[in-house]
Design a protein around this ligand. Sequence first.
Ligand code: DC
Length: 667
Amino acid sequence: MLSIPFIDVPPLNGAAGTVRLPGSKSISNRVLLLAALCEGTTLVQDLLASEDTQVMLDALRALGCAVEPDGSSVRITGLGGRLATREADIFLGNSGTSTRSLTAALAVLSASQGGRFEIRGVPRMHERPIGDLVDALRPLGCPIEHLGQDGYPPLRLGDGRVHALELDAPIRVRGNVSSQFLTGLLQALCLVAGDRDVTIEVVGELISQPYIAITLNLLQRFGITVRNESWQRFVIPQGSHLRSPGEIHVEGDASSASYFVALGAIAASAGAPLRIEGVGQDSIQGDVRFVDAAVGMGAQVKSGPNWIEVSRGAWPLKALTLDCNHIPDAAMTLAVMALYAQGTTRLTNIASWRVKETDRIAAMAAELRKLGAAVLEGTDFIEVTPPAAWRPAAIRTYDDHRVAMCFSLAAFGGVPVRILDPKCVAKTFPDYFESLFALVRADAAEVPVITIDGPTASGKGTLASTVAQALGYHWLDSGMLYRATALSALEAGVAADNEVGLAGLAAALDLRFGDERVWLAGRDVSAALRREEVGALASKISVWPAVRQALHDLQLSFRCVPGLVADGRDMGTVLFPGAPLKVFLTASAAMRAERRHKQLISKGIPASIDVLRADLEARDERDRNRTVAPLKPAEDAQLLDNSALTIEASVDQVLAWWSARRPFDRG
Ligand code: DC
């Protein structure tokens, strides 16, 4: 995702299509660690590429593992349970899975083999508890030192010396703050169960049990069958030895699936359900049970081994009271679905939300209220009653990927939603917004458009593309369509006065845009379109009404979610007369000739300023005086003379005008 300060989601009214999920974070990070600890080489396929897996991969490299990425796969050669390096300083960002499981593994390895490691993360990671894990590891004989506050990272594991581990008594761990402590112990203690059974006992309640099921399942894939005694005692049998399965495939992320299951329930029609690929009935992830909750709220669901199809059933959705202990992450999505329910939804047993990426109960409550919902929160529950009147809201995301993702679904209430700091989704789903926008629909009139018209070489292309990038919007360079028609005409030998022939070429343009390049009928024509003779011919042929008409619908089709910045001559006057912001950009002819001259010289193309200026003026004249769609400012356009402005200053001005027109609180 682009690193922009916010992304505005316009009011949405439908969803359809297929989404392919990124790999599961929980499976990816467990598999990476097990592949690094075991004996042998593992090819991990469809690994999640995100911040949380990146910090894990970096840590494994720091520990001396051979990590060879290969497209969406990675090949890891395990350490075979032997430390390859005895000291390292490891940074784990805000990844809970990485921090908890590496703490356990490195505590056990450094104590038994003599090593010393430091583990740290971002400031929020240093507020996330780890004391229960430390308390479980110390009685084993693992030296662990808190380098900051007691009970929280950063930690020093090991003191460089070898210690005999005390493994005869059961290792006791509390399970009611995070199940990741137990996961960490299960993985780590498999390294030292060679000559005896190793028993782990859960003290008190065990939350998020399905995550332990994932751990047990993957340990089995790596050759170890842990005896599960009613989720209270876990016995790693004597002689256990982690062995690579050779190849392992990471299924799609079930927590990430929750956003699309919800999307289908809110906005997909039964005739065209939303299809989610990568997880399904056979999933080993507990969050796949989110589907049952969605069905409880009214969703229509069909599923197969690794796919789910969802459409709207009941509407409004049905309010629900649910113990969410088994789906703690995905349950946040239910809190947003509750906005569309009839009545009050109550989600209980979610105390763990308070120690995640942020205090999720407080965060959800505050942001749901901004939309107009009535919210009641307690230490371990949240209650949501839909808004009586929806309000446009700028949603804070607290550096929490799940807050950003689930609130994007709040755009079906008839008002736009601004998601602040959207790049936080990179933690688990870097392309989330692109995936979402490819599936959703909005009334064209609701999709915001900024038009930027002006004469040749006024700098509107640079301004428009920069503004589009800053807002995460699409960009239409309409001149490019006239240029492409002109290029086709030159190549096909169609004369500049053959209106019908030219219109035929315009209607048949096979254009593709991407990566700042343009392809015409599969050929990269980016450079050809910039040629002076092509521009001059474009100006000539654009006087023909039939040519303009032929390009009309193609231009309108660029207006899609989340928004559009369109530049040209008649964007504000003809194509998008209702655009909420129209800019008319000018610069003196002398200045424009000078800019064009610099551009050409820098590309090694010889040019004369005087000739360029005469040419610009002739073109302006023609564009201004043609009968159809002449170049002129729309009545309600903001005029911007950028003769003396830097590009940044022009961009800032347009963004300031834009922000003043948006319905969001700028407080
Ligand atoms: O913006 P440009 O220089 O790439 O455009 C090339 C020609 O295309 C321009 O001289 C006039 C024509 N044009 C137009 O008539 N209407 C538009 N919206 C965009 C360009």
